[in-house]
Ligand binder design. Structure first.
Ligand SMILES: N[C@@H](CCC(=O)N[C@@H](CS)C(=O)NCC(=O)O)C(=O)O
Length: 207
């Protein structure tokens, strides 16, 4: 692992769910990173040079290479150090669940939260589509307190920031859903030291 003079560099955005999950994995893994909060209206030239697609999170490694997909950052960090065994679970099932989150659910979330961005689409079903995924997760969480079983794993941190965003779109509606297990899981994640740490305002470094 790197020492304090040789920190990694992360381009991030505090409220981005992809950046949140990357920051959680990096913090958990004890990786020492300096963080730059990106202004989307004025993206740093170095960021665009390193990753022309211009999304965050982007992790810059010491050999000049970059990791510019949040799931790749998570996997890289957990492979460096995984003290509680977040990778020690059914990998195929984890991937299937995360794909569903990043695919159908994220698409529904965007259309539910920002229907104005999709003037040519009928977004009226977006909330109901998202709710189906919430129900799937609730079913899992009724059986066990974490998505993949009795312990927190990669799936929980990869998915939870998106459920947070969906819930916050209309908190009253979300809180009234008959999905107690999911609501408890969300609250537990929101209250965690891990999440509180990576959501600090003006965060300039981890570990
Ligand atoms: N697949 C990417 C998605 C990252 C992404 O879309 N991030 C958004 C912020 S939440 C972004 O950077 N958008 C750039 C922009 O809006 O200009 C990942 O997992 O890292």
């Amino acid at each position: 692992m790197n020492d304090t003079n040789d920190r990694y560099y992360l381009y991030s955005f505090r409220r981005c769910p992809y950046a949140m999950r990357a920051r959680m994995a990096l913090f958990y893994s004890g990786i020492q990173v300096d963080i730059e909060e990106v202004d989307f209206k004025n993206k740093p030239a170095r960021l665009l040079e390193m990753s022309p697609k211009g999304t965050v999170p982007v992790l810059c490694l010491h050999d000049g290479s970059v990791i510019d997909e949040s799931l790749d950052i998570i996997n890289w960090a957990l492979n460096e150090n995984d003290p509680e065994g977040w990778l020690d679970t059914d990998a195929a099932e984890t991937q299937r669940l995360i794909q569903k989150n990043d695919g159908t659910f994220k698409k529904a979330l965007d259309r539910y939260k920002y229907p104005n961005r999709y003037p040519d689409e009928d977004c009226s079903n977006a909330r109901a589509t998202g709710q189906k995924f919430l129900e799937d997760l609730n079913h899992r969480l009724t059986e066990n307190s974490w998505l993949m079983g009795v312990r927190k794993t990669k799936a929980d941190i990869a998915i939870f920031p998106f459920i947070r965003q969906f819930a916050n779109t209309d908190r009253e509606w979300f809180d009234a859903l008959p999905l107690k297990a999911l609501q408890n899981w969300l609250q537990k994640n929101l209250d965690s030291d891990l999440f509180q740490t990576i959501m600090k305002k003006d965060l300039t470094h981890l570990n």
